[in-house]
Design a protein around this ligand. Structure first.
Ligand code: ATP
Length: 236
C-alpha cells in the first residue's frame, strides 16, 4: 500500500484582495521528516499553516494531512495535526491543566488526564499545573502552547516560530523536546527566524519568498551551496 505524505500541498494559492499571499505552492513532506519553513516577514508561512489547519480557505489548490483532505475531510485532517501557533492566546482564568483539558474536549477526548500529566512532566510544567494562565511568564505560556498541540497525540506537528522571544535556556530545552518528538516518529514542520535553529534541526528546508517557494533542498545541500541558509532564500 502506498504511504501518503505526512503533508501534501498541491498548487495552493491564496489571495487577500489584490495581495497574493501564496502563489501556486506545491510541497510534499514525508512521514518522520523534520522540515523547516523559512522566509522573511510576510512571505506566507503563517498563511500556509493556517490553510493546513483548516482555518483559512485557499483560493486555489488542495492540502492533505496523512492523506486526509483538509477541506473535504476536515475532522480527520485536524485530528492528525498539532499546531503550535505564534500568538500566545489563552483563557487567562483557566489553569494550565484546565487549558489542556479544554483542548482535549475540543477533540472529543475524555479521561485524558494521564496523558496530560505526562505532557506536563515532559515540558516541566507540572509545578504550574494549577496556576492560572495569566500568572505564567511568556516562556511558560509558550510551553503550554506546545503541550496544547499534543493533547490529541497527532502524528504531524507544525510549530510556527515556537522560540520567538524566548530566552536561550528555554530555546535549548524546546529544541531538545521537539527533537525527541521527531525521534519518536512525529513529523515536524518548524517555521523560524533563527537560522542556526533551522540548520541544527531540520533535514530539509523550503524557503518562501513573496508567496513562492524559491528554494527546496536538504539542509546539507543548501549549506554546501550557500555556506549558510539565509532566510531570504538567496544564500550568501
Ligand atoms: P511572519 O514571519 O511575519 O509571521 P509570514 O511569512 O507568516 O510572516 P503571513 O502572515 O502568512 O506571512 O502573511 C503573508 C501576507 O499575507 C502578508 O503580506 C500579510 O500582510 C498578508 N495577510 C495575512 N493574513 C491576512 C488577512 N487576513 N487579510 C489580509 N492580508 C493578510
Amino acid at each position: 500500500m502506498a504511504m501518503h505524505p505526512a503533508i501534501s500541498i498541491q498548487n495552493i494559492s491564496k489571495q487577500y484582495g489584490a495581495l497574493q499571499a501564496l502563489d501556486d505552492v506545491s510541497l510534499a513532506i514525508e512521514p518522520g521528516e523534520f522540515f523547516g519553513l523559512l522566509g522573511p516577514n510576510g512571505a506566507g508561512k503563517t498563511t500556509l499553516i493556517s490553510i493546513l489547519a483548516g482555518l483559512v480557505r485557499p483560493s486555489h489548490g488542495h492540502a492533505a494531512i496523512m492523506g486526509a483532505d483538509v477541506q473535504k475531510g476536515f475532522r480527520e485532517a485536524r485530528r492528525m495535526l498539532g499546531v503550535v501557533p505564534q500568538e500566545l492566546v489563552f483563557d487567562p482564568f483557566f489553569t494550565v491543566r484546565e487549558t489542556l483539558r479544554f483542548q482535549s474536549g475540543y477533540f472529543g477526548i475524555r479521561n485524558n488526564d494521564a496523558w496530560i500529566d505526562e505532557i506536563m512532566a515532559n515540558l516541566d510544567l507540572t509545578s504550574k499545573a494549577d496556576s492560572n494562565m495569566r500568572s505564567l511568564s511568556g516562556g511558560m505560556k509558550r510551553r503550554v502552547l506546545v503541550a496544547q498541540a499534543l493533547v490529541h497525540r497527532p502524528p504531524v506537528i507544525i510549530l510556527d516560530e515556537p522560540t520567538a522571544g524566548v530566552d536561550v535556556e528555554l530555546r535549548q530545552s524546546l529544541w531538545q523536546f521537539i527533537s525527541r518528538l521527531n525521534q519518536d516518529g512525529h513529523t515536524i514542520v518548524l517555521t523560524t527566524h533563527y537560522l542556526e535553529e533551522a540548520e541544527a534541526l531540520c533535514q530539509r528546508i523550503a524557503m518562501l519568498k513573496q508567496g513562492k517557494i524559491v528554494a527546496l533542498d536538504t539542509t546539507a545541500n543548501l549549506l554546501s551551496r550557500y555556506g549558510s541558509v539565509k532566510k531570504d532564500g538567496e544564500g550568501k
